[in-house]
Design a protein around this ligand. Structure first.
Ligand code: HEC
Length: 104
């Protein structure tokens, strides 16, 4: 019985995190991030996997990237700038940055 209960618990947790990832991907589509980014290939902007790898272990990365996504900017990945995303609500920017950093 105990095993069954923990098994159910684990599948619920897996489903919940898959749901979060889908919700974040929907946000990325909604705010057009995916016009310039994909998870695993560089197009105009860097692949989100590369972004996650670059900031791995950097405790300040989340705050820094939240600011960068809002204000835009260039010079970290090349000379092409990311335009500001000032109309995206703060809570959604945070969700998106956490999602990007989750691709390690
Ligand atoms: C018009 C194209 C474009 C759009 C739209 C866009 N980006 Fe970017 N993004 C870029 C480019 C180009 C860079 C690289 C900037 C640099 O080299 O500093 C970048 C960089 C980033 C980085 C890494 C920043 C760093 O300093 O390392 C993150 C995170 C990111 N984008 C997230 C997002 C999110 C989230 C959205 C949607 C709200 C978004 N981008 C929309 C083009 C875009």
């Amino acid at each position: 019985m105990k095993t069954l209960a923990s098994c159910l618990f684990i599948s619920a947790a897996v489903l919940a995190s898959a749901g979060n990832a889908l919700a974040s991907e929907a946000l990325a589509k909604k705010y057009n991030c995916l016009a310039c980014h994909t998870v695993d290939k560089k197009i105009i902007g860097p692949a989100y996997k590369d972004v996650a790898a670059k900031y791995k272990g950097d405790a300040g990365a989340e705050a820094k990237l939240i600011g960068k996504v809002k204000k835009g900017g260039a010079g970290v990945w090349g000379q092409i700038p990311m335009p500001p995303n000032a109309t995206v609500p703060d809570a959604d920017v945070k969700t998106l940055v956490k999602w990007v950093l989750s691709f390690k």
